[in-house]
Ligand binder design. Structure first.
Ligand SMILES: Cc1cc2nc3c(=O)[nH]c(=O)nc-3n(C[C@H](O)[C@H](O)[C@H](O)COP(=O)(O)O)c2cc1C
Length: 163
C-alpha cells in the first residue's frame, strides 16, 4: 500500500492523447492524459494544459486543436510528443486536417477536431473547454492507458509540495 501521491494518482484512469495545435501556418503537438468529455450537447472536451508548454502559446494564438487517441501499440508516440524543446516535433509523421485546420495524426485510433470555447484556471494548469467540430474513428484497437505509461511524464516531482 502506498500513500505516495504520485502512486495513488496513477489510479485515476485516463487515456493518452496527442493534442495537435495550430495558429496560422504554425503546427505543434504534445502528449496529454488530462482530457475528458464534459458535455453531450454541445459536445465539449476539457483539456488541462500546463501554461509553460510551447503548445499552450500556439493553442492560445490559434484557438483550435485536435485530440488524437493513441492505441496500445503507440507508446513511442506518447514518449515523442511528451518531450519539450524538440524542434520540428511533427516531422516524420503523417498529418491531415479536418474543419478547424489543426493537425490530425493520421495513425491515431480516433480524433476530435475542436475549437476552444473558453479557458478556466485550475491551479498550476489551464483548462481549455473545447467545442467538437468533427470526430472520427480511423483504426480499430484498444486505447493506451495513462497507467501503462509508468513514469514517462516525470510528474513525481510536481507532487512533492502538493497539499
Ligand atoms: C503520458 C503523458 C501525459 C501527459 N499529460 C499531460 C497533460 O495532460 N497536460 C499537460 O499539460 N502536459 C502533459 N504531459 C506533458 C507534455 O506532454 C510535455 O510537457 C510536452 O513536452 C509539452 O510539449 P511542448 O512544450 O512542446 O508543448 C504529458 C506527458 C506524458 C508523457
Amino acid at each position: 500500500m502506498s500513500e505516495n501521491l504520485a502512486d495513488v494518482c496513477r489510479y485515476l484512469s485516463h487515456g493518452v492523447y496527442v493534442v495537435g495545435v495550430a495558429s496560422g501556418e504554425l503546427r505543434h503537438a504534445f502528449t496529454a492524459a488530462w482530457v475528458m468529455q464534459v458535455s453531450f450537447n454541445p459536445l465539449l472536451l476539457a483539456i488541462s494544459i500546463n501554461p509553460a508548454h510551447y503548445s499552450y502559446q500556439v493553442l492560445q494564438a490559434g484557438g483550435v486543436c485536435t485530440v488524437n487517441v493513441l492505441g496500445q501499440h503507440q507508446y513511442a508516440l506518447a514518449e515523442h510528443f511528451g518531450r519539450s524543446g524538440v524542434t520540428d516535433k511533427m516531422a516524420g509523421f503523417n498529418w491531415h486536417t479536418d474543419q478547424s485546420g489543426a493537425p490530425v495524426l493520421s495513425e491515431s485510433l480516433a480524433y476530435f477536431d475542436c475549437k476552444v470555447s473558453h479557458y478556466t484556471d485550475a491551479g498550476d494548469h489551464k483548462v481549455a473547454i473545447c467545442t467538437v467540430l468533427a470526430a472520427r474513428q480511423l483504426q480499430h484497437g484498444s486505447p493506451l492507458l495513462y497507467g501503462q505509461t509508468g513514469t514517462m511524464d516525470g510528474s513525481e516531482k510536481f507532487y512533492q509540495d502538493a497539499k
